[in-house]
Design a protein around this ligand. Structure first.
Ligand code: SIN
Length: 533
């Protein structure tokens, strides 16, 4: 079925987290902006962000120190130029937020700066204690609406429309219609892919859609073997895992084993504030060594301080019967953040003309092989600003679109395929958790690849429901992550291979990339094939 004509706009932004909203605000003065969100506007990850935004904002700090911390946390694999942009433009972007009415928490008359792992200074700005994401989204939505940005909710992007190498719009559907919306520029701000894992801090909406769409459109993806696990996540008996912010450890919370002993000093000189991958693996090792749970202990921070500084964590834990002023919180790592993504330049351009990417969906190179805490909201802001400037200057094409649309998925589904596709989702999540998780081995990765390969034919069908297409997107993303993890025969940052525990100097500056045109097209009988650059 051909989509109906949905008209045109100047800029389409897919996704309504911090990166999408901030880009929309900046673009609003340059033309008509339409933001498409596949669920409601607050369904993405930003809403749940607790810790805050990192920026060198105190007299004791500087962009240079922030750069060194980011570079070191990324195990010297990041792009120094991109990191310079991130840290140097950070204070200006924070001032922009202040100008947009965002009210960061204050202590003793000045902005209260929190501490998080692997930061050498206190530099985390936060709002509402641990409600930074929620407060930011509300403020940015208000500003975007005031500037006339159009929002379309429950709009699932099925495919990017590319003609003669240039992105010309998107085909999306809602419950009532399927349409083709043309634009000068399309910007993917779709976040990462936490839902490829069984246990994740991510919102259920985060299924790798932008990554898959970019792949089919001909963009380059890279560094997909680097996936960050957050060390301190609470797993309630029922429902989704709940993040216990790193800011809690920044305020002095301790990790203790079942015997009540602190153990992090045995794993890293910075103890509880070591890099996330090291803290995560230490928790697993301690659990295995003792056969007991690992806990976060905040009790010494005081019954007055805790609910005021961490109101969200306090009240959510109360719902599960844990009073964090008196009780320990059992914690374990869960999937949290995709380090790699759609390769972009410093203005967010992908390899496809007039297609941009920003935020977690994009790979700017700032995170290297592991992300420094609270640099993610910052990346959305800093690069959102740059993407807006570049997108405003992009020409687009005035030509009418060719019809009919060329679909990348050719086969119409039969009922068994739909059922088969739906059944794959939980199996894939389990497979990725077990075999492409925090600790990887060649055998585990090969087993994952074999299993994923069997599901490959599903990618050839044109399904019409969001859940089915999400599952296809998760499958494609999972395949690329697995292939990249197999190729990187070393351990670096958050990619840990038990069979290759050290770094390989030969792989020093090498990235594994995926590009559809480069051969090995997914779904045509083969796995997507990485190339080294
Ligand atoms: C946290 O609050 O611990 C998460 C923040 C982040 O991932 O940077």
């Amino acid at each position: 079925m051909q989509p109906e004509d949905g008209g045109s706009t100047d800029f389409i932004i897919v996704g309504s987290g911090i990166a999408g909203l901030y880009t929309a605000i900046r673009l609003a003065e340059h033309g008509r902006v339409t933001v498409l969100s596949k669920q409601d506007l607050i369904a993405g990850n930003t809403w749940f962000a607790q810790g805050g935004i990192a920026a060198a904002f105190s007299a004791e700090d500087s962009p240079e120190l922030h750069l060194e911390d980011t570079w070191r946390a990324g195990v010297y694999f990041g792009d120094r130029e991109a990191i310079s942009v991130l840290v140097e433009e950070a204070p200006d972007r924070i001032r922009d937020l202040l100008g947009l009415g965002v009210r960061f928490d204050h202590r003793d008359g000045s902005i209260d700066l929190g501490q998080e792992g692997a930061h050498s200074r206190k530099r985390i700005l936060h709002i509402g204690g641990d409600a930074t994401g929620r407060e930011l989204v509300e403020a940015l939505l208000f500003q975007a609406r005031n500037r006339g940005v159009t929002f379309i909710e429950d709009a699932f992007v099925e495919q990017l429309i590319v003609e003669d190498g240039s992105c010309r719009g998107v085909c999306f559907f809602t419950a009532r219609r399927r349409c083709l919306l043309q634009a000068r520029v399309v910007i993917l701000a779709t976040g990462g892919c936490g839902q490829v894992y069984k246990w994740t801090t991510n919102s259920p909406a985060v299924t790798g859609d932008g990554l898959a769409q970019a792949y089919w459109a001909g963009a380059v993806l890279r560094d997909l073997e680097f996936y960050q696990f957050h060390p301190t996540v609470f797993f309630p008996a029922h429902g989704s895992p709940f993040l216990i912010s790193e800011a809690v450890r920044g305020e002095g919370a301790r990790l203790v084993n079942g015997a009540g002993e602190r153990f992090m000093d045995r794993y890293h000189p910075r103890g509880e504030l070591g890099p996330r991958d090291i803290v995560s693996r230490a928790i697993l090792a301690e659990k295995a060594r003792t056969g007991q749970e690992v806990f976060l202990d905040l009790r010494h921070l005081g019954a007055g301080f805790i609910p005021e500084r961490f109101p969200t964590i306090y009240s959510r834990c109360r719902e599960w019967g844990i009073d964090i002023t008196r009780d320990l919180i059992p914690v374990s790592p869960a999937a949290h953040y995709l380090i790699g993504g759609i390769t972009v330049d410093l203005e967010g351009r992908t390899a496809v003309e007039n297609l941009f990417a920003v935020g977690e969906a994009a790979s700017t190179g700032v995170h290297g092989a592991n992300r420094l805490a609270s640099n993610s909201l910052l990346e959305g802001l800093v690069f959102g600003h740059r993407v807006a400037a570049a997108a405003a200057a992009a020409d687009g094409s005035g030509r009418p679109l060719k019809q009919p649309v060329d679909w990348v998925r050719l086969k119409e589904p039969g009922p068994p395929d739909e059922q088969g596709c739906l059944a794959v989702r939980p199996l894939l999540q389990e497979l990725m958790w077990e075999n492409v998780g925090l600790i990887r081995t060649r055998d585990g990765l090969l087993a994952a690849r074999d299993r994923l390969k069997r599901w490959l034919p599903l990618l050839e069908y044109r399904f019409s429901g969001a859940t089915l297409i999400e599952t296809q997107n998760m499958l494609l993303t999972a395949m690329m992550m697995t292939e990249a993890a197999l190729c990187r025969q070393e351990s670096k940052g958050c990619h840990y291979r038990e069979d290759y525990p050290g770094e390989d100097p030969e792989l020093g500056g090498k990235h594994f990339i995926f590009r559809r045109e480069a051969g090995g097209e997914a779904g045509s009988g083969g796995m997507p094939c990485p190339a080294a650059t």
